[in-house]
Write a protein that binds this ligand. Structure first.
Ligand code: BEZ
Length: 247
């Protein structure tokens, strides 16, 4: 039987309790040293989308393959007003040495001579990693998992994806997420399973019985309904691209 001693002092709160921001929260603010100088996050990125991601450790193969892929897609992400910011709990000199090695020696899937020019944060105290829930002790208590936070131009967290240490990220999916979020915002729609630009999008649910009837009667131009709550419309890939591509 557990006896509770009401007179015992409560445990002191942890100085840096584990936390985990959620979708819809403001991205926790921090300043950091990176391979591209100091940054203040998210304020330095106001007006831009950002993929803030963590990796477990420098000089490891899966992380190397991911960095080469991120770097090779950097211009593609920039074309959707999206910047990349990486983080691991390694120090700055390790980061610099690793990125130099990637450029000088590593060949992966036809990529070589790859220069990583987006900032890579040093987080030896794990302060930022803990703030963002990137340390998952059941997986590893001294390394960050592969976390991805998609932060919008107002500094709000819009998507969170976590992968374990052994699983490299899917970059088609990261690009798809950015395009889907921007499309949803621009056209005030939602995107169905496996959506890609050019596929039909979901229109918001009917807000009244009258609208539901109008839609089901086929009286709303461009909107097709399978049932009153499940209506789609076409937005061509060209329209999507014209709306969300910035360069
Ligand atoms: C890797 O990036 O290869 C890796 C890092 C930590 C644990 C397992 C794999």
């Amino acid at each position: 039987m557990t006896v509770i001693d009401a007179a015992a002092p409560a445990a002191a709160p942890l100085a840096n309790p584990p936390s985990m921001p959620r979708i819809g929260d403001a991205a926790p603010a921090f300043t950091a040293t990176t391979t591209q100088g100091e940054i203040s996050f998210p304020s330095d990125y106001a007006g831009k989308w950002v993929i803030l991601f963590s990796h477990p450790a420098d000089f490891t193969p899966v992380c190397t393959s991911e960095f080469m892929t991120f770097a090779s897609l950097q211009d593609e992400f920039a074309g959707y007003n999206t910047e990349l910011v990486g983080l691991s709990v390694d120090g700055l000199y390790s980061h610099i040495a690793w990125l130099r090695t990637i450029k000088e020696k590593i060949v992966f899937r036809g990529m070589k001579d790859v220069e990583v020019t987006f900032p890579l944060i040093e987080d030896i105290t794990m302060e930022i990693a803990r703030k963002y829930g990137m340390i998952m002790p059941g997986e590893d208590s001294t390394k960050a998992v592969r976390a991805v936070f998609v932060v919008d131009p107002r500094g709000m967290i819009r998507t969170i994806i976590y992968y374990p240490l052994s699983l490299g990220r899917n970059f088609d999916e990261l690009l798809r997420v950015v395009k889907a979020l921007q499309t949803a915002d621009h056209f005030a729609v939602a995107t169905p399973a496996d959506w890609r630009p050019g596929d039909p999008v979901i229109v918001p649910p009917a807000g009244s019985c009258g609208t539901a009837k109008e839609r089901m009667d086929g009286h709303v131009e461009g909107v097709e309904c399978v049932d009153w709550f499940f209506c789609t419309k076409e937005i061509s890939e060209a329209e999507v691209e014209a709306a969300i591509r910035t360069s």
